[in-house]
Design a protein around this ligand. Structure first.
Ligand code: AP5
Ligand code: MG
Length: 218
């Protein structure tokens, strides 16, 4: 099964994708995570992407579609994939169709996480991750069980993303509204979209997604 999690910055795409990786053995392909890894490694792609990401704008369609194709090539054919943060433009949506069909895959479903924009700034500005294993947390909504210690690996160092400040978040939201939300009709016309209330708590959003995926696979 290949699915897209679609939603604005802070909607919970990464949080829910991580859950699906654990519960369904799917693989999460997050273009944001892959670009951040490229920036950290100082690859030519990373060097090109860094300033664009720090400003909250979109990296070029060619770069991200190239990354997605390469990532799929590294996976066994039968592995289910969750696309997190891709596609983000109409051109990327069209590319994804070609990328999938060239690899004998197809898109099974699109889940839209519908959220109230006002809540997103709070979610994003409060987000942090374990510097060792990458587990995600939030100052208010998802604190480590033991203060200062990662629940997953026991690490004590945490980090925040450079683009997680209020000003950049506003630009990221504007990019979503202008370029990403308009791809929904492309998938609606194919009958592939279900919408989930992303304002519910993390567990309830997960249950709603499970209900949809169980129905799609039945
Ligand atoms: P990317 O990394 O994809 O960032 P984003 O889309 O802005 O989304 P986020 O990762 O911020 O949010 P999320 O939905 O994953 O939320 P999360 O689960 O963490 O992209 C970053 C940049 O890379 C882009 O700006 C662009 O420059 C570039 N890029 C990436 N892909 C690209 C593409 N395809 N094309 C061009 N450029 C691209 O949750 C957020 C916080 O809220 C967490 O702390 C979490 O604990 C908490 N939370 C989650 N769910 C809930 C809930 N239900 N209730 C309360 N709190 C919650
Ligand atoms: Mg994310």
């Amino acid at each position: 099964m290949n699915i897209i999690l679609l939603g604005p910055p802070g909607a919970g795409k990464g949080t829910q994708a991580t859950r699906l990786v654990e519960t369904r053995g799917m693989v999460q392909l997050s273009t944001g995570d892959m670009l951040r890894a490229a920036v950290k490694a100082g690859t030519p792609t990373g060097l090109q992407a860094k300033a664009v990401m720090d400003a909250g704008q979109l990296v070029s369609d060619e770069i991200v579609s190239g990354i997605i194709g390469d990532a799929l090539d590294a996976l066994p054919q039968e592995t289910g994939v969750i696309f997190d943060g891709y596609p983000r433009t109409h051109a990327q949506a069209v590319s994804l169709d070609a990328i999938l069909s060239q690899r004998g895959r197809k898109l099974d479903h699109v889940i839209e996480l519908a959220v109230n924009e006002d809540a997103l700034v709070e979610r994003i500005v409060g987000r942090f991750t374990c510097a060792t294993c990458g587990a995600g947390y939030h100052d208010t909504f998802k604190r480590p069980k033991v203060e200062g210690t990662c629940d997953i690996c026991g690490g004590h160092e945490f980090k925040r993303r450079p683009d997680d400040n209020e000003e950049t978040v506003r630009t990221r939201m504007a990019e979503y509204r202008a370029k990403t939300a308009p791809i929904l009709p492309y998938y609606e016309a194919k009958g592939l979209v279900d919408r989930v209330d992303g304002m519910a708590d993390i567990a309830h959003v997960g249950e709603a997604i499970d209900g949809i995926l169980d129905r799609v696979t039945a």
